[in-house]
Design a binder for this molecule. Structure first.
Ligand SMILES: Cc1cc2nc3c(=O)[nH]c(=O)nc-3n(C[C@H](O)[C@H](O)[C@H](O)COP(=O)(O)OP(=O)(O)OC[C@H]3O[C@@H](n4cnc5c(N)ncnc54)[C@H](O)[C@@H]3O)c2cc1C
Length: 314
């Protein structure tokens, strides 16, 4: 099977083995076996923040297609790693619980959402995830309380550095006002649809925001003229320049477009953008060098000040 069949962004070559565990224990024994065999692997959630490379991957992939359960217990929602964000928001809505309406139509699964500390519409998963059960790289099962510092800030979590695979998350919610939950969910859906987010496969924002710059990366890209960058089967979302549509392209063409976007912002504003998009697979050396390239900021303050004013007016 080609990974592109599982990938939201519709890219990805073959892998050596695909594991679809059915429970935490099952996940733990898969990881313990891979550890013993020293077999490389990567984890795939919904693939909505990831670009899977088209080169065949000489290792395993773990996917959560069989771990999607969601259980409401009082004011808590307990979700297996593969639970879909919108399904979680709908379960909370049905139970009259507030705290996750912002997750409605946020593509992806709770495991990936916790790892990325996803955020939107004033919500962030760190605000509600109280316990995260994970499997360490040697197969040991470990429970983390949010108070143990698993969330480190904007798009930064312990799971990005310790290699643990998230198996389950407990979300602590609160009784909510039904009308405002319904309204917020409707707003999230309408806003994302209006911004063309679901027209073609994307991986959400390609680049993180740099809050020290004071202007979102999408605006830097837009004002630098990223919409004029053209490539076959790759298009920048006309309504949000940090989203790159895949209209039938491969992973190399998408990556090359992101290099051009990053260069353009650097040439125009002196800001070197950092990837938010996760790259899964083995990068060929030429692409690896480009992905890992770093340039010192050379902020063009006059131009950036102008943009800050424009942004504050919006
Ligand atoms: C149209 C669109 C809009 C988006 N809007 C937003 C937005 O507003 N805000 C925002 O923050 N994001 C946004 N995103 C990005 C994405 O939706 C979120 O980051 C989402 O939480 C990722 O979940 P996923 O399961 O798809 O992760 P994946 O892309 O599958 O994985 C992301 C990373 O986490 C790892 N991972 C996946 N599952 C696990 C697990 N169980 N344990 C450990 N590691 C794991 C993967 O290996 C990868 O490194 C958007 C994406 C799209 C396509």
């Amino acid at each position: 099977m080609k990974l592109r069949d599982l990938a939201y962004y519709r890219t990805g070559g073959r892998c050596q083995a695909l594991y679809e565990p059915k429970s935490i224990q099952d996940l733990s024994s898969v990881i313990a076996d891979l550890h013993k065999a020293r077999s490389p692997y990567f984890v795939l959630g919904g693939g909505t923040n990831s670009l899977i490379l088209d080169e065949d991957w000489p290792g395993a992939v773990i996917a959560f297609t069989q771990m999607r359960a969601i259980a409401v217990k009082g004011t808590q929602i307990i979700c297996e790693a593969g639970a879909d964000n919108s399904d979680i928001a709908r379960s909370a809505q049905k139970a009259g619980l507030g705290g996750v309406a912002w997750m409605y139509r946020l593509p992806g699964q709770i495991g990936g959402t916790v790892r990325m500390n996803a955020r939107c519409y004033g919500g962030e998963i760190s605000q509600v995830a109280s316990i995260v059960d994970a499997v360490l790289p040697d197969g040991t099962i470990r429970s983390y309380a949010a108070s143990e510092g698993i969330f480190k800030g904007y798009k930064d979590t312990l799971f990005m550095s310790n290699g643990a695979v998230i198996a389950r998350a407990t979300l602590q919610l609160h009784p909510g006002d039904q009308a405002s939950i319904d309204d917020q969910m409707r707003f999230c859906e309408e806003d994302r649809t209006r911004k063309g987010q679901f027209l073609y496969p994307t991986c959400g924002c390609v680049f993180k925001n740099d809050y020290s710059v004071g202007v979102p990366s999408g605006m830097l890209l837009d004002q630098a003229g990223a919409h004029d960058l053209k490539a076959e089967h790759v298009q920048i979302n006309p309504l949000h320049a940090n989203f790159v549509y895949n209209q039938g392209a491969g992973s190399r063409a998408i990556l090359e477009m992101t290099f051009r976007m990053r260069d353009l912002v650097y040439e125009t504003f002196g800001v070197w953008l950092e990837y938010e998009m996760e790259i899964l697979g083995a990068l060929p050396p030429d692409l690896k060098a480009r992905v890992e390239e770093k340039k010192n900021p050379r902020l063009q303050m006059e131009k950036i000040e102008g943009l800050r004013k424009l942004f504050q007016k919006r």
